[in-house]
Design a protein around this ligand. Structure first.
Ligand SMILES: C[S@@+](CC[C@H](N)C(=O)[O-])C[C@H]1O[C@@H](n2cnc3c(N)ncnc32)[C@H](O)[C@@H]1O
Length: 263
């Protein structure tokens, strides 16, 4: 666990130091909002549009998903290891009832056994550096049959022959050119290392920790463009890709989505 503790400290320092910029860098981006809504829609349809009692947003950040989870769950608990990130979250949603924030870390979730109906990790599992321990801990706090949803997890096996890879590379080149003229570094350039997963390893670890996998598929993050035509069609592309491409070329997209249940 030494590695875990070292990484935890790195993550805490980074997110504490950049908490005020987090939303501008990651949340208030029109294309990120499209993906967020798409993720939530998929989660709702996986849950068969049924409401649940309580839910944990693990590694909740500034709570972009936590608040939306209130449309599914009567109570939402957001847990994060960064004190400053949680300050931003609680300030943003100070008027929102049934949303509670907890400072803590993922290998020691401060809730009793069989407590939650749903645990969601949105774009954060690769920041934890403790996959087996986290799966075990999530299994412990979930009720039997409770759902664990992993959303927007980078795919280690991202296929470089994928159409989106080329648009992504073109976009990165464009960003680098802009970067030459910008004084401030881009968030991506100062982010600490993350642990991207091979979908096979994720699947194996979940099964070993007593989860039953119902859905595992990939999709693609498109470029973060503010172009109206792109934004209008991005959701359609995600739906189309999910229905067709993800079936023809399974698990080749840049992001992974997993819905599983505690046995
Ligand atoms: C990329 S952010 C994702 C935040 C949020 N889920 C979202 O969608 O915006 C990763 C978050 O994980 C948190 N984090 C990293 N390691 C953690 C750990 N070991 N325990 C709890 N939270 C952790 C960070 O503080 C950060 O807020």
């Amino acid at each position: 666990m030494t590695d875990y503790k070292e990484n935890l400290e790195i993550q805490q320092n980074y997110y504490n130091n950049t908490a005020e910029q987090y939303d501008n860098w990651h949340v208030n981006i029109p294309s990120a909002l499209v993906v967020n809504n798409w993720n939530l829609k998929n989660l709702k349809s996986y849950l068969d549009h049924k409401s649940i009692k309580n839910c944990l947003d693990l590694g909740c950040g500034t709570g972009r998903l936590s608040k939306d989870l209130l449309t599914i769950s009567s109570e939402v608990y957001g847990l994060d290891a960064s004190e400053e990130i949680l300050k931003v979250a609680s300030k943003k949603y100070s008027q929102t009832p049934n949303l509670k924030w907890f400072l803590g870390e993922v290998t020691n979730i401060p809730f009793s056994n069989d407590f939650f109906d749903l645990v969601v990790v949105n774009g954060a599992l690769h920041h934890f550096f403790a996959l087996p321990q986290v799966c075990k801990e999530i299994n412990r706090v979930l009720k039997p049959g409770g759902v664990f949803a992993i959303l927007g997890e980078p795919n280690k096996n991202y296929n470089k022959y994928n159409f989106f890879w080329y648009t992504f590379i073109a976009y990165r080149i464009w960003v680098k050119i802009i970067g030459i003229f910008k004084r401030n570094k881009l968030s991506e350039d100062i982010e600490p290392d993350a642990e991207n997963f091979d979908p096979k390893i994720l699947k194996k670890t979940l099964v070993e920790n007593k989860f039953m996998i119902d859905e595992l598929y990939s999709y693609d993050y498109g470029p973060r463009l503010n172009n109206k035509i792109w934004l209008k069609n991005y959701n359609r592309i995600l739906v189309w890709e999910h229905k067709i491409l993800a079936k023809l070329f399974p698990l080749q997209g840049s992001a992974l989505q997993i819905f599983c249940r505690k046995k």
